[in-house]
Unconditional design. Sequence first.
Length: 145
Amino acid sequence: MWVVDGFLAGLIAGVFMGAISEMGYRFGLIKSHLVIIDGEYGLEMLKLQKSRTRVYAIGVAVHLITSIVFGIIYTTISYFAGFNYWHAAYLPLYIVVLWIAMLFTALPIAGQGIAGLRIRKYVWAEQAVLHIVYGLGFWWALGIV
């Protein structure tokens, strides 16, 4: 069923994306760590005091929930549009839409500026790589679920 497939593939892709974000951040390659951005914003919205543990706990939850939701949205659109969602031709467009939404909606809402310019000049490129990881992980996971 497309909802379960979208849920599981979104979760798996979110884990891949989060892991690459974490590794890139730890090695100093990525400044726009998705889990930290989500966690800090979530704690700010909940008006809770920041701690590393809370930032990661909230950040992982928000990141995985949004990854799952985006997975379900894709498989639902695919189902109702009548095409096979694991077909590689359709997924890149969806990933580009998610990437653009991250740059011009999610990052500004989280206080990081348009395209994350408050973090670093090249956050758009970091986010492109992370979204490609999500797309590849999602496509791979759709093939096994």
